[in-house]
Write a protein that binds this ligand. Sequence first.
Ligand code: ADP
Length: 487
Amino acid sequence: MLDSVRFRLTLWYTAVLTLVLIVLSLITYFIFWRSTLQRTDVNLSELSEAFLTTLDAEVKDQSGPDSFELAGRVAITEHRFRDHVFAIFDESGKIVVSSQDVPPAAPATGSFAAGALSAHSFQRFLEASSRTERLFGNVKGGEDGYRGFARHFSSDGKTYILVILQSLHPQEEMLEEVTSTFAWVIPIAIVLASVGGYFLARKSLAPVVAMSRQAGRIGAVNLHERLAVQNDKDELGHLARSFNSLLDRLSQSFERQQRFMADASHELRTPVAILRGEAEVALSQQSRSPEEYRESLGVLHQEAERLTHIVEDLFTLTRADAGQYPLQPRDFYLDELVAECVHSARTLVLAKKISLNFEEACESPIQADESLLRRMILNLLDNAIKYTAEGGRVTVTCSRAGEEYALSIMDTGGGIPADLQPRIFERFFRADKARSRAENDGGGAGLGLSISRWIAEAHHGRLELTRSDSIGSTFTAYLPARQSSAA
Ligand code: ADP
């Protein structure tokens, strides 16, 4: 059950709500208690004022030795309420007159104060009041204790202390009522809120559940299906869109993989078929002349080489895709490497009577993977020679343009049709498949340019077809010129 987000959300929500309600009720209780106390204190203070006014008037009316005591009794009789105890003490703390000395007006009123004035806690309060002009404090006794107020006053040149005690029983009763109200309101609120919270969580998570069901149904066969986006502005819409774009990327890469596999097997099928056919022809006759066997072996060798070449290219691309082709950079001179490549390509041009020129450049120190760059240059040279007719010209230049080297291979071939130019760097793409194969023994599989482009990019450079029309094509590789120790 704890594994369900709905349940966990409800649990969290209920826990937080419980905490909030408890804190709120504690605060409410405290505020209520404080305001009750303040009201009691104000009431006691006002009562003392009224009592002293009455006492003052009575003192003036009375005469004789016990006039003050008599006046006190009259004032107490006038101001006595059910929950109050009045007492007047002289300076030495001796009681002059108190509510207990005055017969109660109603039978219930006198009893509550019995013993209150003699209690230990009251004596302490009285002691404390003698040190200060006015004092509020709590005194133990009765059902729930008393709130006490003591103030000094003088009459006939003598100083007295008036003490009024008010029972805290009504306040305590009220506070108890508040507490008991909280005690049943809070649990009911929590139960209602958690039930509501559970349904709310269920409703909010319903689209997620629907999405996960939909996502669960999407597989390799129906990779084109997408999640329904209810509201593309909210978080769930955002999630659905992110998931859909992930599916887009996956299906694109899946399609690429499928195309790659189909193209690769198609490319491999031709040399394998030639190998098989040639071997079958060679084996079909009882005896053949050594020349015929030689010829067959020559074809087999040529196709095997072609197969090796394709497999190597495929392997390179697969490792490059997986980011597992480690570059082995070292310092060398790019112009020297180009010169070497041009030199090794001379054998290719001789047969076709093509002139191959390398316009010597200034020293070009570079830090790069030499064997990969050699492969790229040979690929470009091979293409330029392959697609240039007899008697044509291939020119190689290498120059520095700002922070990079520009290595261009120009030919005077027939060019690439404009509509096919954007596709020539695609894997297995050949502008004219029939011609590529027929005119060139061991023609490429259409992987040369994609590998070359990857090599340039792996060196933080780029490879572009800078020009191609009916009088020839130019491929330019831009490679970053780094300061190196060879420089
Ligand atoms: P391939 O192994 O077929 O040469 P590439 O990837 O090297 O494969 O080249 C892809 C296609 O681009 C070639 O089949 C060819 O049609 C075209 N191409 C490449 N270089 C040239 C060029 N210098 N002149 C004309 N066409 C070219």
